[in-house]
Design a protein around this ligand. Structure first.
Ligand code: SF4
Length: 228
């Protein structure tokens, strides 16, 4: 399995924001979000080939019950099913962070589902060569439904502007029934200033619709740095 990094940090996003966690970040992604904040797993993938045993050994080095499997897109990693089963069999709580475009028979305690909106399509990057494939693949409703069948889930949308709200509403119509408190709206941005410019109006949207506002705590704590 190609692994970009394994590190101990504070979960910055979602229902478990603020909780110390060990992150396993796979390298490789089937999408190319224009604002991807981990380009070393997508646009210019880096990483080292690791066996599941060696990944688990690294996780064991940290005295931490919560594990987050993220990417890149972890669902395209060979052996991800076995990795998730063994993490949970070891008594740890596992969050999977996925764009939910590919289904694998995995296990987890929290499915963190991040469907990508039209604001992610890279029309202006590298001559737009990835844009059409990205746009076709970025939302897979049946796959999202499968991930929503886990006992706990969150639907996390990266919001760039108020124009995104109509698209979110249309998607939620297709994903009904859903728990509004499990719908998370997160501002797009990798600096405190970018986030601050969006926090206020996005919080108002959450208040009016009963959604959960999703800060990017790690940006406030560490900035846009690797292994955080
Ligand atoms: S799905 Fe995630 S890792 Fe892949 S390109 Fe988009 S933001 Fe980056």
């Amino acid at each position: 399995m190609n692994i970009a990094e394994i590190f101990h940090s504070i979960q910055g996003e979602g229902k478990l924001a603020g909780v110390p966690s060990v992150f396993i970040r796979t390298s490789g992604c089937n999408l190319r979000c224009t604002w991807c904040d981990t380009p070393y797993t997508s646009w210019e993938p880096e990483g080292e080939e690791m066996s599941i045993d060696s990944i688990l050994s690294r996780v064991e080095e940290f005295s931490c019950r919560l594990v987050v499997l993220t990417g890149g897109e972890p669902m395209i990693a060979d052996g991800v099913e076995e990795l998730t089963r063994r993490i949970r069999a070891g008594g740890r709580h596992l969050t999977i962070e996925t764009a939910a475009t590919v289904w694998k028979d995995v296990e987890c305690d929290l499915a963190s589902i991040g469907p990508k909106l039209a604001n992610s399509t890279p029309w202006d990057r590298e001559g737009g060569k990835f844009a059409t494939a990205h746009d076709v693949n970025r939302v897979q409703i049946e796959v999202i439904h499968r991930f929503m069948e886990f006992e706990d889930y969150q639907l996390k949308f990266v919001v760039d502007s108020p124009r995104d709200l109509d698209e979110i509403d249309a998607l939620l119509t297709q994903l009904s029934p859903y728990d509004p408190a499990s719908v998370l709206l997160m501002p797009q941005g990798v600096t405190v200033e970018e986030l601050a410019a969006k926090n206020s109006w996005l919080a108002d949207v959450c208040k009016s619709r009963g959604f959960r506002f999703c800060p990017r705590l790690h940006i406030y704590l560490y900035g846009n740095t690797r292994s955080t």
